[in-house]
Design a binder for this molecule. Structure first.
Ligand SMILES: Nc1ncnc2c1ncn2[C@@H]1O[C@H](COP(=O)(O)OP(=O)(O)OP(=O)(O)O)[C@@H](O)[C@H]1O
Ligand SMILES: [Mg+2]
Length: 230
């Protein structure tokens, strides 16, 4: 499983959460191969399992069963600490709830993963990333002082800052107005073209899905359709 052309290789991946009678089967056997550099849109009704699938593929959550290889690394065999190290600098993640660190400014939130990935000029690069998402005037603001859309853009700047090989984004423009959303997407796709990043993006927007190479639709914990974008 060290084929450089395969970014994600998942076989019979299952996820069940909760215990006893409340145990719910959330992912019910996911088979998926994503080529390096491919952009994939993930569609599906609310509750169909999109965020859960992203969490296991990004190494944020351990699958209950099956195997997952990401860039050749066997995620199924790693514990939480090892997964965190495997993600560092290689995987960027924009979550549905942004998970910014509340005690840090926008600039610090973006600079920390750059520092962790070994960038010598982390703060200068973080400022440039925030500038690129239109937040050059909000560097010293704390998350509570930012609007939802501004927090979302900080989360995007944080995720793309280290130039990850893989970028996972959960409705990255969900809180943005049309013009700001379009500008952020242009940035994501431009960055992808520059660095060859593999992109997996959850969206409810069919027009946005069609900007990707490939469109997956989830239904009830399974991938129901898998097609090339129009
Ligand atoms: N910790 C948990 N315990 C039990 N069930 C959970 C847990 N987390 C998620 N679920 C359930 O798993 C299912 C899939 O959730 P998930 O968040 O992956 O859906 P989604 O497709 O991302 O939906 P949305 O479009 O609303 O974000 C839902 O029915 C949800 O209620
Ligand atoms: Mg979700």
């Amino acid at each position: 499983m060290t084929d450089p052309h395969i970014a994600i290789h998942a076989r019979d991946v299952t996820l069940s959460l909760g215990s006893g009678e409340k145990r719910v089967a959330i992912l019910r056997g996911i088979d998926l191969d994503v080529a390096t550099g491919e952009s994939v849109a993930l569609l599906g009704a609310s509750g169909s399992g999109k965020s859960s699938l992203m969490a296991v593929l990004a190494g944020l959550e351990r699958a209950s069963g099956g195997t997952i290889h990401v860039s050749g690394t066997d995620f199924s065999s790693l514990d939480e600490d090892a997964l965190a190290i495997a993600r560092r600098g290689r995987i960027g993640i924009v979550l549905q709830a942004f998970h910014l660190l509340p005690t840090m400014t926008a600039l610090e939130n973006v600079a920390v993963p750059l520092e962790l990935s070994g960038a010598p000029d982390a703060f200068a690069r973080a400022a440039a990333e925030l500038e690129a998402v239109g937040l050059g005037h909000r560097l010293d603001h704390y998350p509570v002082q930012l609007s939802g859309g501004e927090q979302q853009r900080v989360a995007i700047a944080r995720a793309i800052g280290p130039r990850p090989a893989l970028l996972f984004a959960d409705e990255p423009t969900g809180n943005l107005d049309a013009a700001t959303g379009a500008a952020v997407l242009d940035l994501l796709f431009a960055r992808r073209a520059e660095t060859g990043t593999t992109l997996l993006m959850i969206t409810h927007d069919p027009a946005l899905a069609d900007r990707c190479d490939r469109v997956l639709e989830m239904r009830d914990g399974r991938i129901a359709t898998d097609r090339r974008a129009a």
